[in-house]
Write a protein that binds this ligand. Structure first.
Ligand SMILES: [Zn+2]
Length: 391
């Protein structure tokens, strides 16, 4: 039994918006056909007609599901270093509570029209839910370790966690420039194979990271003192964090640079020239939560490299909702179109994750999930726009 759905506009994403388009779904929600208003529809067919814009299911490219129990626990706008200290200082939570909050967050993402998530893990807590979830997950087993002497041990732990997520899709990944030693980057590079495993690294989330790398000054010195870590081995690099670590990242793997809040025009040029397979991930609401500042979106719009969106975790966001991220971007950057931001939220993320045969665009044969954006105005959102999950 085929289902016919129509709205004021369809955003296929891989092609221009279709006014009054009709989308034909099979009973397992695969797209069988996409029709324009002039195409003939067989007589007697019931078309479900909606006001608004139909877009593909959203891809959330940065999340930490296992931190969902920290919702509302960390003060806002205190800067990354204070955020990290607050997380480190926090009380121990029971596994049952952590598991319950993971289930709620997964369900909330599903209802918010998210169909796939790139999720960072330091523990096995999220595996059980991910196995049952209606959402597709790729898990990054995140590796920390700034002291060179613990590199091997940290790497082995990361590989073990990565393998423990089987049969789910997973790969090992470095946490951030300031928390991974050159030795540990070397281990991660050695693991590189032809399978195009994914890498995701937090990048320039605070200006302190750049200061730390350029001059070995700033609040990261206090942070390592707070952690009782001796970082005498680390020398100022005379270049910022991104320029220091990009050469250390694997050559063949797809690399996601997450946050980029303090990434400059010169940095973007540097990355474009470097000939690595890099995607930029923006998490605007988390940036406002932690640093009260947004990346220079206008520079990224002009970048040759693809852009995707992420929510980060409930430790630094009030909700895991890609539509909210889009609304924040559109409110701050009027030159950004809804159409472009939907491409970031769908097809670009599906391509990064390597799941674009199924997800990311309205194309015949795909099963991308359908979201209806309501209370739209032509090709734009309004403040009242919400999301209804259609499939
Ligand atoms: Zn993160």
């Amino acid at each position: 039994m085929l289902k016919y759905l129509s709205a004021d506009y369809l955003f296929p994403v891989n092609s221009a918006p279709i006014k009054n388009g009709i989308i034909v779904l099979s009973n397992n929600n695969a797209i069988v056909d996409i029709l324009s208003e002039w195409d003939t529809v067989p007589k007697g067919i019931n078309i479900e007609r909606y006001e608004g814009i139909i877009v593909p299911g959203f891809i959330n490219c940065h999340c930490h599901l296992e931190l969902s129990h920290l919702r509302g626990k960390i003060p806002k706008k205190t800067g990354l270093i204070n955020f990290l200290k607050a997380v480190a200082r926090g009380p121990k939570y029971s596994s049952d509570l952590i598991a319950d909050e993971i289930i709620k967050a997964d369900q909330a993402m599903y209802e918010a029209g998210i169909v796939a998530v790139a999720d960072v893990a330091n523990t096995i807590h999220s595996r059980e839910r991910k196995l049952e979830s209606k959402i597709y997950y790729h898990t990054f087993s995140e590796i920390f370790g700034f002291e060179p002497e613990i590199a091997k041990e940290a790497f082995i732990r990361g590989v073990e966690l990565c393998e423990a997520f089987a049969p789910l899709s997973s790969s090992v990944t470095p946490h951030a420039p300031y928390s991974v030693s050159k030795e540990l980057f070397r281990f991660i590079r050695m693991r590189e194979d032809k399978s195009k495993q994914l890498i995701s690294i937090h990048n320039q989330e605070t200006e302190e990271e750049n200061k730390f790398f350029r001059y070995k000054t700033g609040n990261f010195l206090d942070f390592y003192a707070f952690l009782n870590k001796n970082i005498d081995f680390f020398k100022a690099q005379a270049r910022n964090s991104l320029r220091s670590v990009l050469p250390l990242l694997p050559q063949l793997q797809r690399i996601l640079l997450v946050h980029n809040t303090y990434t400059s025009f010169k940095d973007i040029n540097f990355v474009e020239r470097y000939k690595k397979d890099v995607t930029w991930c923006l998490c605007p609401n988390a940036n406002l939560y932690i640093e009260d500042r947004l990346p220079k979106i206008d520079l990224f719009i002009r970048s040759r490299l693809p852009i995707v969106l992420g929510t980060d975790s409930l430790a630094s966001n009030d909700k895991l909702c890609i539509l909210s991220e889009i609304k924040t971007l559109l409110a701050h950057f009027p030159q950004l179109s809804l159409e472009k931001s939907i491409e970031w939220a769908t097809l670009n993320g599906a391509r990064y994750l390597g799941i674009d045969a199924t997800y990311g665009s309205l194309e015949i044969g795909k099963k991308p999930g359908l979201n209806l954006l309501t209370k739209t105005d032509g090709l734009n959102l309004t403040e009242e726009s919400t999301l209804v999950k259609l499939s």
